[in-house]
Design a protein around this ligand. Structure first.
Ligand code: ZN
Length: 602
């Protein structure tokens, strides 16, 4: 390998047939040569590194060839071809307009145009990056282009066709060069590898082709670089390393973690990528592309746009069926936002992590919205409106069948500390306590039965609650027994949280059912009323959950004997206070808010 010549130069095509990926152009040029229908000015447009200058040189050589072959290629044997191949011809002039763009540069060139070639038919002027010419240079050139001598042929090349004046465009035969497809590049690289005896895994060449973005020159220089660093043995892994390309496998792993909402896994994987030295914006960009690939893999009509390594193709297609379109688009939105804000972010890693966290909960958010989310949202709204409406003071009254015994005495004979705290595993042994069982809570016949003790009664209730959770469609209405049961469970929670005052105030309150979903809580003093109100939100949520009925609500009334029936102003909580109270009681609400990045509309 000691004499390894830079591939781009060594393997620069010498004939039209060896130009990669531009058959539409080389065929036209060969036909024009064979039929002797040559324009005096050509404009080669297209991205960099796709063969514009190479084609210009081949064209220059071929039109001066003394014995053009039948297929329109130069013979490579005549004196013109030989002098061209050795670089000693005087018939070809190249000007790089990027560095020589003044009027003087162009005048120098125009002066030469007047003289006929000493040998051969044509003098060829190749002007690279012609859009870089200054306006005055353009004008000076325009005259020559309008009336060129018969022996002069101009080949202009540009990457920016839109910058070329219309007057120039109208005088040129225009050829649009295409980006070279990764497939064409791989084939070409394989040929070179074979000739140079380079060992290269197909996957390695595919990465080079992808990374080169349709530019053969870049692909060749990448190949050169990797060959010299890897001692002419290219593997998938060392090519990824040399080109600083992120392995797509990372994203497949990332998606799996995201699907499982495995936040620690997601963050650790990102940490691993970060430690490999990949900048956050590159990671975000590659991830966006990954999701883009997933999206186009969903439909057979767009799958042709998928330009990935052979091994990954089926993986994409399989995964795409598992991801919903809304999820993919949501993910791309989050990632694009993250990319947009990356520059401004002070802590880049945190910035990426933050958006990964968002991604991690995206699926959950989409599920909430698309499935039963509407129902849940509605329920929450109702809780709000119920929980914080202004209090009305009503006289205690009884309505309907279910309130035959309106005054529900709390089972005071049951000390709270004997009650098992629901959800507290430490108190499990308390389950054996005597406790009024709630026989068949859903059956109306059970309502008036006197509570009887029994082992495992609590377990039974729990099973019933569990059953209710499973049968979400069953909605329960209030009964004295069940209401007491539910109320007491909440008291246990208060006791367990050492909310002693709230506990005792709620414990003393008297409940009376008004109809299937409404009941009244009677307070004997304003202080007691305030404490009961203070627990309203938690209690309402609890009761609605317990009865699986979002219509359950209650009012707190002050006993008529109380002197002042006005409600103190501080009792009415602002919406913000409501939120803060909710957070205090249910920290998960704040977590959800943070994770889903929700704004609050107080
Ligand atoms: Zn020749």
């Amino acid at each position: 390998m000691e004499n390894f010549v830079v591939s781009a130069r060594k393997y620069r095509p010498q004939h039209f047939s060896t130009v990669v990926g531009q058959a539409h152009i080389t065929t036209t040029l060969k036909n024009a040569i064979l039929q002797n229908h040559l324009a005096h000015a050509f404009l080669f447009c297209g991205p960099r590194g796709v063969g514009k200058t190479t084609c210009a040189r081949i064209l220059a050589k071929t039109i001066n060839c003394e014995q053009v072959e039948k297929d329109g290629e130069a013979c490579d044997k005549c004196s013109s071809c030989l002098s061209f191949n050795t670089g000693s011809t005087f018939n070809v002039h190249e000007l790089d307009a990027a560095s020589n763009n003044s009027v003087d540069d162009i005048r120098e060139l125009i002066d030469q145009v007047r003289f006929a070639p000493q040998s051969g038919k044509y003098k060829i002027y190749i002007i690279d990056e012609v859009h870089m010419l200054s306006p005055s240079a353009f004008n000076a050139f325009l005259k020559t282009l309008e009336e060129p001598p018969a022996h002069a042929i101009f080949i202009l090349a540009t990457t920016e066709k839109h910058k070329i004046l219309p007057t120039i465009l109208s005088r040129c035969q225009i050829f649009d060069f295409k980006r070279i497809t990764p497939k064409d590049i791989v084939v070409h690289l394989e040929e070179i590898a074979q000739k140079e005896r380079i060992e290269a895994e197909p996957a390695a060449l595919q990465i080079i082709a992808q990374k080169s973005d349709g530019c053969m020159r870049d692909a060749l220089s990448m190949l050169d670089k990797i060959v010299s660093f890897t001692n002419a043995s290219l593997t998938y892994t060392n090519t990824l390393e040399q080109l600083n390309v992120l392995d797509e496998d990372y994203f497949f792993s990332m998606l799996e973690l995201l699907n499982n909402q495995d936040l620690p896994g997601v963050l650790s994987l990102y940490d691993e990528i970060d430690k490999k030295g990949f900048e956050g914006d590159i990671v975000l960009n590659c991830m966006t592309e990954f999701f883009r690939n997933l999206l186009i893999s969903k439909d057979a009509r767009s799958i042709s746009l998928l330009q990935v390594m052979d091994g990954f193709r089926n993986k994409y297609i399989a995964l795409a069926t598992e991801c919903s379109t809304s999820y993919i688009i949501g993910a791309m939105t989050i990632l694009t936002e993250a990319e947009a804000g990356f520059k401004q972010a002070k802590n880049k890693k945190l910035h990426v992590e933050f958006h990964l966290i968002k991604l991690n909960y995206l699926k959950q958010a989409i599920t909430l919205v698309s499935e039963d989310g509407i129902g849940k949202k509605k329920r929450i709204d109702e809780i709000k409106s119920v929980a914080f409406r202004q209090l009305t003071i009503r006289e205690q009254k009884t309505i309907g069948e279910k309130i035959q015994a309106p005054k529900v005495e709390k089972p005071a004979e049951e000390p709270a500390n004997h009650l098992p705290a629901m959800g507290n595993p430490d108190n499990k042994e308390n389950e054996t306590n005597n406790r009024p069982p709630l026989n068949q809570p859903m059956s109306s016949s059970a309502q008036n039965e006197a509570p009887t003790g029994g082992l495992g009664a609590l377990k039974k209730i729990r099973d019933q609650i569990q059953n209710r959770k499973q049968e979400k469609s069953i909605v329960f209405s209030l009964s004295d027994e069940k209401l007491n049961e539910a109320w007491n469970i909440y008291l246990e929670k208060l006791a367990a949280n050492n909310q002693v005052t709230s506990h005792s105030n709620l414990k003393q309150a008297k409940l009376s059912i008004q109809d299937e979903t409404n009941f009244e809580v009677k307070a004997e003093s304003k202080i007691q009323q305030q404490f009961i109100e203070g627990e309203r939100l938690g209690m309402t949520l609890h009761l609605q959950e317990f009865f699986n009925n979002n219509k359950i609500q209650y009012i707190v009334v002050l006993d008529v004997s109380a002197e002042n029936t006005e409600i103190p102003a501080e009792q009415l909580m602002s919406r913000k206070d409501q939120y803060l109270k909710m957070v205090e009681m249910y920290p998960i609400i704040k977590n959800m808010r943070d994770q889903l990045n929700l704004d609050l509309d107080y």
